[in-house]
Design a protein around this ligand. Structure first.
Ligand SMILES: *[C@@H]1O[C@H](CO)[C@@H](O)[C@H](O)[C@H]1NC(C)=O
Ligand SMILES: *[C@@H]1O[C@H](CO)[C@@H](O)[C@H](O)[C@H]1NC(C)=O
Length: 360
Protein backbone atom coordinates (compact mmCIF):
# COMPACT_ATOMS: atom_id res chain seq x y z
CA UNK A 1 0.00 0.00 0.00
CA UNK A 2 1.18 3.44 -0.83
CA UNK A 3 1.32 6.31 1.59
CA UNK A 4 0.06 9.49 -0.04
CA UNK A 5 1.60 12.89 0.24
CA UNK A 6 -1.33 15.19 -0.41
CA UNK A 7 -1.84 18.92 0.13
CA UNK A 8 1.32 19.93 -1.69
CA UNK A 9 -0.32 20.61 -5.03
CA UNK A 10 -3.67 21.24 -6.59
CA UNK A 11 -2.60 20.09 -10.08
CA UNK A 12 -0.99 17.03 -11.67
CA UNK A 13 2.52 16.40 -10.35
CA UNK A 14 5.02 16.09 -13.19
CA UNK A 15 8.48 15.94 -11.66
CA UNK A 16 10.32 14.92 -8.48
CA UNK A 17 13.80 15.21 -7.00
CA UNK A 18 15.47 14.48 -3.67
CA UNK A 19 18.39 16.43 -2.19
CA UNK A 20 21.49 15.07 -0.45
CA UNK A 21 19.77 16.11 2.80
CA UNK A 22 16.65 14.08 1.96
CA UNK A 23 14.48 17.08 1.18
CA UNK A 24 12.04 16.33 -1.66
CA UNK A 25 10.99 18.79 -4.36
CA UNK A 26 8.02 18.35 -6.67
CA UNK A 27 6.93 20.32 -9.70
CA UNK A 28 3.42 20.34 -11.13
CA UNK A 29 1.30 21.75 -13.89
CA UNK A 30 0.71 25.53 -14.02
CA UNK A 31 3.97 26.45 -12.28
CA UNK A 32 3.43 24.80 -8.89
CA UNK A 33 6.52 23.98 -6.92
CA UNK A 34 6.62 22.37 -3.47
CA UNK A 35 9.42 21.38 -1.11
CA UNK A 36 8.74 18.55 1.37
CA UNK A 37 10.36 17.19 4.51
CA UNK A 38 11.31 13.52 4.41
CA UNK A 39 8.18 12.80 6.48
CA UNK A 40 6.04 14.22 3.67
CA UNK A 41 5.11 17.58 5.16
CA UNK A 42 5.04 20.46 2.71
CA UNK A 43 7.70 22.94 3.90
CA UNK A 44 7.47 25.55 1.18
CA UNK A 45 5.21 26.27 -1.74
CA UNK A 46 5.69 28.56 -4.67
CA UNK A 47 3.77 29.49 -7.77
CA UNK A 48 6.16 30.36 -10.59
CA UNK A 49 5.33 33.40 -12.70
CA UNK A 50 4.12 32.50 -16.15
CA UNK A 51 2.21 29.48 -14.91
CA UNK A 52 3.99 26.99 -17.12
CA UNK A 53 4.27 23.31 -16.28
CA UNK A 54 7.25 22.41 -14.11
CA UNK A 55 8.67 19.61 -16.27
CA UNK A 56 11.81 18.84 -14.30
CA UNK A 57 13.36 19.60 -10.91
CA UNK A 58 16.95 18.84 -9.84
CA UNK A 59 18.87 19.61 -6.66
CA UNK A 60 22.47 20.66 -6.77
CA UNK A 61 24.61 17.59 -6.03
CA UNK A 62 26.82 19.70 -3.71
CA UNK A 63 24.51 22.27 -2.13
CA UNK A 64 21.25 20.87 -0.79
CA UNK A 65 19.39 24.19 -0.75
CA UNK A 66 20.01 24.96 -4.41
CA UNK A 67 17.23 23.77 -6.71
CA UNK A 68 17.10 23.90 -10.51
CA UNK A 69 13.70 23.97 -12.15
CA UNK A 70 12.56 23.93 -15.78
CA UNK A 71 9.25 25.55 -16.64
CA UNK A 72 8.35 26.30 -20.22
CA UNK A 73 11.46 27.55 -22.01
CA UNK A 74 12.90 28.90 -18.77
CA UNK A 75 15.36 27.45 -16.35
CA UNK A 76 15.24 28.93 -12.84
CA UNK A 77 17.47 28.56 -9.83
CA UNK A 78 15.86 28.63 -6.38
CA UNK A 79 17.16 28.76 -2.86
CA UNK A 80 14.95 26.59 -0.65
CA UNK A 81 15.74 28.79 2.39
CA UNK A 82 14.28 31.89 0.76
CA UNK A 83 11.63 30.28 -1.37
CA UNK A 84 9.76 33.29 -2.72
CA UNK A 85 11.02 33.77 -6.24
CA UNK A 86 13.82 32.42 -8.40
CA UNK A 87 17.25 33.82 -7.54
CA UNK A 88 18.24 33.41 -11.15
CA UNK A 89 16.56 32.76 -14.50
CA UNK A 90 18.05 31.49 -17.75
CA UNK A 91 16.29 31.69 -21.09
CA UNK A 92 18.60 29.84 -23.38
CA UNK A 93 16.32 27.15 -24.80
CA UNK A 94 14.05 28.09 -27.70
CA UNK A 95 11.37 25.50 -26.92
CA UNK A 96 9.93 23.79 -23.87
CA UNK A 97 12.53 22.07 -21.68
CA UNK A 98 11.81 18.42 -20.87
CA UNK A 99 14.74 17.36 -18.76
CA UNK A 100 17.72 18.86 -16.96
CA UNK A 101 20.87 17.27 -15.55
CA UNK A 102 23.56 18.85 -13.39
CA UNK A 103 27.11 17.51 -13.35
CA UNK A 104 28.59 16.16 -10.12
CA UNK A 105 30.49 19.33 -9.22
CA UNK A 106 27.50 21.57 -9.92
CA UNK A 107 29.38 23.46 -12.61
CA UNK A 108 27.48 22.41 -15.73
CA UNK A 109 23.79 22.07 -16.39
CA UNK A 110 22.31 20.43 -19.50
CA UNK A 111 18.74 21.23 -20.59
CA UNK A 112 17.02 19.14 -23.30
CA UNK A 113 14.11 20.67 -25.18
CA UNK A 114 11.31 20.09 -27.66
CA UNK A 115 13.35 21.34 -30.62
CA UNK A 116 15.75 18.44 -30.01
CA UNK A 117 18.50 20.73 -28.76
CA UNK A 118 20.48 20.34 -25.56
CA UNK A 119 21.90 23.55 -24.11
CA UNK A 120 24.86 23.09 -21.80
CA UNK A 121 25.14 25.99 -19.35
CA UNK A 122 28.29 26.86 -17.50
CA UNK A 123 26.85 27.74 -14.08
CA UNK A 124 29.85 29.83 -13.06
CA UNK A 125 30.16 32.06 -16.10
CA UNK A 126 26.36 31.79 -16.61
CA UNK A 127 26.90 31.30 -20.31
CA UNK A 128 25.94 28.58 -22.75
CA UNK A 129 29.10 26.58 -23.23
CA UNK A 130 27.68 24.24 -25.90
CA UNK A 131 24.58 23.61 -27.94
CA UNK A 132 24.22 19.94 -28.77
CA UNK A 133 22.00 19.77 -31.82
CA UNK A 134 21.44 16.44 -33.48
CA UNK A 135 18.07 15.01 -32.39
CA UNK A 136 15.48 15.46 -35.12
CA UNK A 137 12.54 15.51 -32.77
CA UNK A 138 11.83 16.22 -29.10
CA UNK A 139 14.81 15.46 -26.88
CA UNK A 140 13.13 13.77 -23.92
CA UNK A 141 16.03 13.09 -21.59
CA UNK A 142 19.63 14.01 -20.86
CA UNK A 143 22.02 12.73 -18.19
CA UNK A 144 25.61 13.45 -17.26
CA UNK A 145 27.66 10.31 -16.65
CA UNK A 146 29.02 10.03 -13.10
CA UNK A 147 32.84 9.98 -12.87
CA UNK A 148 33.15 10.88 -16.56
CA UNK A 149 33.65 14.65 -16.83
CA UNK A 150 32.30 16.20 -20.03
CA UNK A 151 30.36 13.08 -21.00
CA UNK A 152 26.60 12.86 -21.33
CA UNK A 153 23.88 10.76 -22.95
CA UNK A 154 20.64 11.91 -24.57
CA UNK A 155 17.59 10.26 -26.08
CA UNK A 156 14.55 11.44 -27.95
CA UNK A 157 11.30 10.84 -29.72
CA UNK A 158 13.35 10.47 -32.91
CA UNK A 159 14.20 7.01 -31.47
CA UNK A 160 17.88 7.92 -31.25
CA UNK A 161 20.19 7.47 -28.29
CA UNK A 162 23.40 9.52 -28.34
CA UNK A 163 26.67 9.71 -26.44
CA UNK A 164 28.37 13.11 -26.35
CA UNK A 165 31.54 14.70 -25.15
CA UNK A 166 30.63 18.32 -24.65
CA UNK A 167 33.95 19.49 -25.98
CA UNK A 168 32.80 18.31 -29.35
CA UNK A 169 29.68 19.60 -31.00
CA UNK A 170 28.95 16.25 -32.67
CA UNK A 171 27.81 13.05 -30.94
CA UNK A 172 30.49 10.41 -30.44
CA UNK A 173 28.06 7.58 -30.99
CA UNK A 174 24.44 7.21 -32.09
CA UNK A 175 22.16 4.19 -31.88
CA UNK A 176 18.87 4.07 -33.73
CA UNK A 177 16.38 2.12 -31.62
CA UNK A 178 14.05 1.58 -34.54
CA UNK A 179 16.79 -0.34 -36.27
CA UNK A 180 17.56 -2.26 -33.07
CA UNK A 181 13.87 -3.04 -32.61
CA UNK A 182 13.66 -4.45 -36.12
CA UNK A 183 16.58 -6.77 -35.43
CA UNK A 184 14.99 -7.83 -32.15
CA UNK A 185 11.71 -8.61 -33.87
CA UNK A 186 13.50 -10.65 -36.54
CA UNK A 187 14.85 -12.78 -33.74
CA UNK A 188 11.51 -12.99 -31.98
CA UNK A 189 10.43 -15.54 -34.55
CA UNK A 190 7.28 -16.68 -32.80
CA UNK A 191 5.69 -13.29 -32.79
CA UNK A 192 2.07 -13.62 -33.77
CA UNK A 193 1.60 -12.31 -37.29
CA UNK A 194 0.00 -8.95 -37.59
CA UNK A 195 0.92 -7.97 -34.07
CA UNK A 196 1.45 -4.25 -34.02
CA UNK A 197 4.39 -2.67 -32.35
CA UNK A 198 4.61 0.79 -31.02
CA UNK A 199 7.70 2.55 -32.30
CA UNK A 200 10.51 2.83 -29.73
CA UNK A 201 10.18 6.55 -29.09
CA UNK A 202 12.54 7.02 -26.17
CA UNK A 203 11.01 8.66 -23.11
CA UNK A 204 13.50 8.16 -20.33
CA UNK A 205 17.13 7.56 -19.54
CA UNK A 206 19.21 6.79 -16.48
CA UNK A 207 22.94 6.24 -15.99
CA UNK A 208 24.05 3.71 -13.34
CA UNK A 209 26.24 5.03 -10.51
CA UNK A 210 29.30 3.35 -12.11
CA UNK A 211 28.92 5.67 -15.12
CA UNK A 212 29.36 2.96 -17.76
CA UNK A 213 25.93 1.39 -17.88
CA UNK A 214 22.80 3.22 -18.87
CA UNK A 215 19.18 2.31 -19.54
CA UNK A 216 16.46 3.68 -21.78
CA UNK A 217 12.70 3.25 -21.53
CA UNK A 218 10.67 3.47 -24.73
CA UNK A 219 7.16 3.58 -26.12
CA UNK A 220 7.35 -0.10 -27.20
CA UNK A 221 7.32 -1.11 -23.52
CA UNK A 222 10.94 -2.20 -23.64
CA UNK A 223 13.85 -1.33 -21.40
CA UNK A 224 17.23 -1.44 -23.09
CA UNK A 225 20.55 -1.57 -21.27
CA UNK A 226 23.70 -0.19 -22.91
CA UNK A 227 27.34 -0.37 -21.93
CA UNK A 228 29.75 2.43 -22.78
CA UNK A 229 33.29 1.53 -23.81
CA UNK A 230 35.46 4.51 -24.67
CA UNK A 231 33.67 6.56 -27.28
CA UNK A 232 30.96 4.06 -28.15
CA UNK A 233 28.19 2.06 -26.51
CA UNK A 234 26.58 -1.28 -27.22
CA UNK A 235 23.24 -2.81 -26.36
CA UNK A 236 23.66 -5.44 -23.66
CA UNK A 237 20.16 -6.37 -22.68
CA UNK A 238 16.63 -5.64 -23.79
CA UNK A 239 13.45 -6.78 -22.13
CA UNK A 240 9.77 -6.09 -22.18
CA UNK A 241 9.38 -4.15 -18.95
CA UNK A 242 5.86 -2.83 -19.39
CA UNK A 243 2.85 -3.53 -21.57
CA UNK A 244 2.69 0.12 -22.59
CA UNK A 245 5.26 2.87 -22.96
CA UNK A 246 8.01 3.08 -20.34
CA UNK A 247 7.75 6.65 -19.12
CA UNK A 248 10.45 6.47 -16.45
CA UNK A 249 13.64 4.56 -15.60
CA UNK A 250 15.89 5.39 -12.66
CA UNK A 251 18.87 3.59 -11.17
CA UNK A 252 18.89 3.51 -7.40
CA UNK A 253 21.93 5.07 -5.79
CA UNK A 254 25.39 3.83 -5.14
CA UNK A 255 25.67 2.20 -1.72
CA UNK A 256 23.87 -0.84 -3.05
CA UNK A 257 25.94 -3.77 -4.21
CA UNK A 258 23.78 -4.28 -7.30
CA UNK A 259 22.53 -2.01 -10.03
CA UNK A 260 18.87 -1.79 -9.16
CA UNK A 261 16.65 -0.10 -11.68
CA UNK A 262 13.14 1.13 -11.07
CA UNK A 263 10.78 1.73 -13.97
CA UNK A 264 7.33 3.18 -14.40
CA UNK A 265 4.97 2.90 -17.33
CA UNK A 266 1.81 4.14 -18.91
CA UNK A 267 0.41 0.73 -17.91
CA UNK A 268 0.27 2.03 -14.32
CA UNK A 269 2.96 -0.36 -13.09
CA UNK A 270 6.11 0.32 -11.13
CA UNK A 271 8.81 -2.37 -11.34
CA UNK A 272 12.16 -3.08 -9.72
CA UNK A 273 14.87 -4.87 -11.74
CA UNK A 274 18.24 -6.36 -10.83
CA UNK A 275 20.23 -5.26 -13.87
CA UNK A 276 23.59 -6.76 -12.80
CA UNK A 277 22.12 -10.19 -12.35
CA UNK A 278 20.31 -10.08 -15.68
CA UNK A 279 23.42 -8.92 -17.51
CA UNK A 280 25.46 -11.75 -16.02
CA UNK A 281 22.84 -14.31 -17.01
CA UNK A 282 22.56 -12.85 -20.45
CA UNK A 283 26.32 -13.05 -20.97
CA UNK A 284 26.30 -16.71 -19.94
CA UNK A 285 23.51 -17.80 -22.23
CA UNK A 286 23.43 -15.14 -24.88
CA UNK A 287 21.96 -16.95 -27.88
CA UNK A 288 22.32 -14.09 -30.30
CA UNK A 289 22.88 -10.44 -30.02
CA UNK A 290 19.84 -8.19 -30.08
CA UNK A 291 17.61 -10.89 -28.74
CA UNK A 292 14.93 -9.21 -26.82
CA UNK A 293 14.05 -11.13 -23.71
CA UNK A 294 10.50 -11.73 -22.71
CA UNK A 295 9.39 -10.75 -19.29
CA UNK A 296 8.02 -13.79 -17.56
CA UNK A 297 4.66 -13.84 -15.89
CA UNK A 298 3.17 -10.99 -17.85
CA UNK A 299 -0.52 -11.27 -18.59
CA UNK A 300 -2.11 -14.64 -19.17
CA UNK A 301 -2.80 -13.63 -22.72
CA UNK A 302 0.89 -12.99 -23.27
CA UNK A 303 1.83 -16.24 -21.58
CA UNK A 304 -0.33 -18.17 -24.00
CA UNK A 305 1.21 -16.42 -26.95
CA UNK A 306 4.69 -17.28 -25.85
CA UNK A 307 4.14 -20.95 -24.97
CA UNK A 308 6.65 -22.27 -27.45
CA UNK A 309 9.13 -19.64 -26.46
CA UNK A 310 9.84 -21.48 -23.23
CA UNK A 311 12.14 -23.76 -25.24
CA UNK A 312 14.25 -20.86 -26.36
CA UNK A 313 17.72 -20.50 -25.02
CA UNK A 314 17.09 -16.96 -23.88
CA UNK A 315 16.62 -16.41 -20.17
CA UNK A 316 13.55 -14.51 -19.11
CA UNK A 317 13.82 -11.29 -17.28
CA UNK A 318 11.45 -10.97 -14.40
CA UNK A 319 11.07 -7.99 -12.16
CA UNK A 320 12.07 -8.33 -8.51
CA UNK A 321 8.96 -6.47 -7.60
CA UNK A 322 5.91 -5.27 -9.50
CA UNK A 323 3.62 -2.69 -7.98
CA UNK A 324 0.21 -2.22 -9.54
CA UNK A 325 0.15 1.49 -8.99
CA UNK A 326 -2.90 1.89 -11.21
CA UNK A 327 -2.16 5.28 -12.72
CA UNK A 328 0.17 6.26 -15.54
CA UNK A 329 3.56 7.18 -14.09
CA UNK A 330 4.73 10.75 -14.75
CA UNK A 331 7.89 10.57 -12.66
CA UNK A 332 9.51 8.28 -10.14
CA UNK A 333 12.59 8.36 -7.95
CA UNK A 334 14.15 6.13 -5.35
CA UNK A 335 15.18 7.66 -2.03
CA UNK A 336 16.10 6.79 1.49
CA UNK A 337 13.69 8.67 3.75
CA UNK A 338 13.36 8.22 7.53
CA UNK A 339 15.70 5.25 7.32
CA UNK A 340 13.61 3.35 4.76
CA UNK A 341 14.23 2.80 1.10
CA UNK A 342 11.23 4.11 -0.81
CA UNK A 343 9.98 4.83 -4.32
CA UNK A 344 8.17 8.13 -4.83
CA UNK A 345 5.69 8.18 -7.71
CA UNK A 346 4.01 11.14 -9.44
CA UNK A 347 0.95 10.41 -11.57
CA UNK A 348 -1.97 12.38 -13.05
CA UNK A 349 -3.29 13.11 -9.55
CA UNK A 350 -2.11 15.99 -7.37
CA UNK A 351 -0.57 13.74 -4.71
CA UNK A 352 2.69 11.81 -4.48
CA UNK A 353 2.60 8.08 -3.68
CA UNK A 354 5.29 6.55 -1.48
CA UNK A 355 6.05 2.81 -1.58
CA UNK A 356 8.42 1.16 0.87
CA UNK A 357 10.91 -1.13 -0.81
CA UNK A 358 12.07 -3.04 2.25
CA UNK A 359 15.39 -4.89 2.19
CA UNK A 360 17.19 -5.22 -1.12
C1 LIG B 1 13.28 35.47 -12.28
O1 LIG B 1 11.98 35.58 -12.87
C2 LIG B 1 10.94 35.81 -11.94
C3 LIG B 1 9.68 35.88 -12.71
O2 LIG B 1 9.50 34.74 -13.47
C4 LIG B 1 11.17 37.08 -11.17
O3 LIG B 1 10.17 37.20 -10.17
C5 LIG B 1 12.53 37.04 -10.51
O4 LIG B 1 12.80 38.29 -9.91
C6 LIG B 1 13.60 36.75 -11.55
N1 LIG B 1 14.87 36.66 -10.88
C7 LIG B 1 15.93 37.31 -11.31
C8 LIG B 1 17.15 37.18 -10.46
O5 LIG B 1 15.92 37.96 -12.33
C1 LIG C 1 31.71 19.31 -14.25
O1 LIG C 1 32.02 20.28 -15.24
C2 LIG C 1 33.18 21.04 -15.03
C3 LIG C 1 33.27 22.08 -16.12
O2 LIG C 1 33.43 21.50 -17.37
C4 LIG C 1 34.40 20.15 -15.00
O3 LIG C 1 35.56 20.90 -14.74
C5 LIG C 1 34.19 19.09 -13.92
O4 LIG C 1 35.26 18.19 -13.97
C6 LIG C 1 32.90 18.37 -14.13
N1 LIG C 1 32.72 17.49 -13.00
C7 LIG C 1 32.45 16.21 -13.12
C8 LIG C 1 32.54 15.42 -11.87
O5 LIG C 1 32.16 15.69 -14.17
Amino acid sequence: MAAKWACGHSNTVLSLAVSIDRVVASGAETGELTVWSEEGCPLQKLQLDGGEDVTCVAFSPVCSTRLYVSHGETLSVLDTRTFREPVENFSVNKEEINCISVNETDSLLAAADDSGAVKVLDLESKKVSRTLQRHLNICSAVAFRPHRPQSLVTCGLDMQVMLWNIQKARPLWITDLQQLAQEENDVEDHQSPGQLFNPPLVHSLSVAPCGNIFCCGAEDGKIRVFQVTGTRFEDQLCFKGHIQGVSQVHFLDQELSHSWLISGGNDGRVCLWDIDREMRQQQKQRPSKHHCLKKSGATSFKTKLSVHQTTEAAPRVSSKLTIEHGEKVNWLIGAELQGSRVILVADPTSSISVYELGEL
